[in-house]
Ligand binder design. Structure first.
Ligand code: ZN
Ligand code: ZN
Length: 404
C-alpha cells in the first residue's frame, strides 16, 4: 500500500492569455518537476463537479473529498466560520459577517468600516451574547470580516440577508424564506439591532471616532447556511488523513470531514506563501498519516487579479517546491490538479475542465512530456470530483474490491 498526496493548485485551469502569447499560464510555465511527474504517469481532464459547473473552492473541495456538494452545501457561512477556527457543530447556523458603519437610522455609510484592521477581536467578543435561548458566537476574520454562528433549537438557514450589499441604503430586516425560519429571522433581526447598540458605544469605536475614522458600529450578516454533518472521511476510506492548507475555507471543510489540518509556518494562503515549507511538512506528515491534501492558493489569487504572468510564476514556484516528491514515488501516489479554473482573462472561476496528472511507481505512462490544459486532453484520464479518492485508492493499492 502506498501513501497518497493530493495537490490542489487552486484555480489552476486557464484560457489563452494575450500577454503569454495566447498560451495558458500552465503552458507558458517552466515546470520540469511537474512535467517529470506527468511523463511518468497518467494525465487527462478533470471536472471538479460536472461539466460546465462553475465551482466555488468550497463546493469543489467537498466534491473532491467525495461529498455531494448539492446535498451538503447550503451556504458559505458555515465553511468560513470553521476556517476562522470557530468550533462548529452539525445543525449550527452560520453567516458571513461584515463590520460596517451605519448612521443612527441604520443607513449604511461604509459596508467595510474603512476596512478596519485592528480591534475587531474586541468588537467580536463583545457580541458573544444570548438572544431568546440562542447562543451567538462571533469571531473576527481578515479586515472587516467576521464569522457569526447561531446555536440552539429550532434554527433554519432559510433567511434573507441583513446586509443590503450596497451603501446609502438601510440595513434590511431579515425575512424567513419558509415557515420553519421565522424564529431565526427574528433572532437575527434582534441581534443586528443589538450589535449596533453594543458596537456604537464600544471603546474601540469611540477611539475611532476621535481619530476621524468610520466606526465599525454594526455587524451585517449574509450567506446563512447550516453546518452539515459530513460522514467521517477516515472511516469512509480507511485512511488516516491530514491537510496542509493556508486557506481558512478549505481547512474548515477538512475539519468537518475529520481531516486534521497541519499548521505550516509561512503558509499564508496568498502569493508570498512558503511552498517549500508546505511540501516539507507534507512529507513529514506521512510518518503519521496515509493521506495528505495540499492546497496551494496562490494560483487562484493571481487568476482573480487577472495577472497571467504572476500565475505562471506561482506555477513555477510550486514546481520548484515539488522537486522532493519525485524521489518518493516508490512510497506515494501523487495527484496534481486544481479545484476549478480561474482564467486570468475572466478573473473569476469558470466551469472549464482542468488538467490532472497521477503519478506513482508502476503506473502506466501516457507519454505526455509537457503537462497543460491542451496536452492533458491527449491522456487517458477523464474524471470528476467524486472519482478522485477512488482513483487514488486504486493506484495506491488500497481500493476494496466491489464484488467477489
Ligand atoms: Zn478554489
Ligand atoms: Zn477563487
Amino acid at each position: 500500500m502506498k501513501k497518497i498526496l493530493l495537490i490542489i493548485l487552486d484555480g489552476l485551469g486557464d484560457r489563452p492569455s494575450p500577454e503569454l502569447g495566447n498560451r495558458t499560464p500552465l503552458q507558458a510555465a517552466n515546470k520540469k518537476n511537474i512535467n517529470a511527474l506527468a511523463s511518468r504517469g497518467m494525465v487527462g481532464l478533470f471536472e471538479p463537479i460536472s461539466p460546465g459547473i462553475r465551482p466555488g473552492s468550497d463546493t469543489a473541495h467537498l466534491s473532491i473529498l467525495g461529498y455531494d456538494p448539492y446535498k451538503v452545501y447550503t451556504g458559505r457561512g458555515p465553511f468560513e466560520a470553521l476556517g476562522l477556527g470557530m468550533d462548529l457543530k452539525p445543525g449550527d447556523i452560520a453567516f458571513r459577517g461584515n463590520f460596517a458603519t451605519v448612521d443612527k437610522n441604520l443607513k449604511v455609510i461604509d459596508r467595510r468600516a474603512g476596512r478596519i484592521d485592528t480591534g475587531t477581536d474586541k468588537l467580536a467578543s463583545s457580541l458573544n451574547i444570548e438572544i431568546d435561548g440562542i447562543n451567538i458566537m462571533v469571531k473576527e476574520g481578515v479586515e472587516h470580516r467576521a464569522g457569526v454562528v447561531f446555536r440552539g433549537d429550532g434554527l433554519s438557514p432559510n433567511v434573507s440577508d441583513v446586509d443590503p450589499h450596497q451603501e446609502n441604503v438601510f440595513v434590511q430586516a431579515s425575512k424567513p424564506l419558509d415557515n420553519g425560519a421565522k424564529k431565526t429571522a427574528e433572532v437575527l433581526n434582534k441581534f443586528t439591532k443589538k450589535s449596533y447598540e453594543i458596537l456604537d458605544q464600544h471603546p474601540v469605536n469611540i477611539e475611532r471616532k476621535k481619530q476621524g475614522k468610520n466606526p465599525a458600529n454594526i455587524l451585517l450578516t449574509r450567506g446563512a447556511g447550516i453546518v452539515p454533518k459530513l460522514d467521517n472521511f477516515n472511516e469512509k476510506y480507511g485512511l488516516k488523513s491530514a491537510c496542509v492548507v493556508g486557506v481558512p475555507l478549505i481547512s474548515g471543510i477538512c475539519k468537518l470531514a475529520g481531516i486534521i489540518p497541519i499548521m505550516v509556518p509561512g503558509a499564508t494562503g496568498t502569493t508570498n506563501t512558503n511552498m517549500q515549507n508546505k511540501v516539507k511538512y507534507a512529507i513529514d506528515a506521512f510518518k503519521t498519516y496515509d493521506f495528505l491534501l495540499m492546497n496551494i492558493k496562490a494560483t487562484d489569487v493571481a487568476g482573480h487579479d487577472g495577472n497571467a504572468m504572476l500565475k505562471k510564476q506561482m506555477i513555477e514556484k510550486a514546481d520548484i517546491a515539488l522537486e522532493p516528491i519525485l524521489d518518493l514515488l516508490d512510497e506515494i501516489t501523487v495527484m496534481i490538479t486544481g479545484d476549478h479554473s480561474t482564467p486570468c482573462t475572466v478573473k473569476d472561476h469558470t466551469g472549464d475542465p482542468l488538467p490532472v496528472l497521477i503519478s506513482t511507481k508502476g503506473i502506466r505512462s501516457d507519454g505526455i512530456e509537457e503537462w497543460n490544459e491542451i496536452s492533458a486532453s491527449r491522456g487517458s484520464l477523464r474524471i470528476t470530483g467524486r472519482d478522485v479518492i477512488n482513483v487514488l485508492l486504486n493506484y495506491s493499492d488500497r481500493a476494496e474490491k466491489f464484488g467477489a
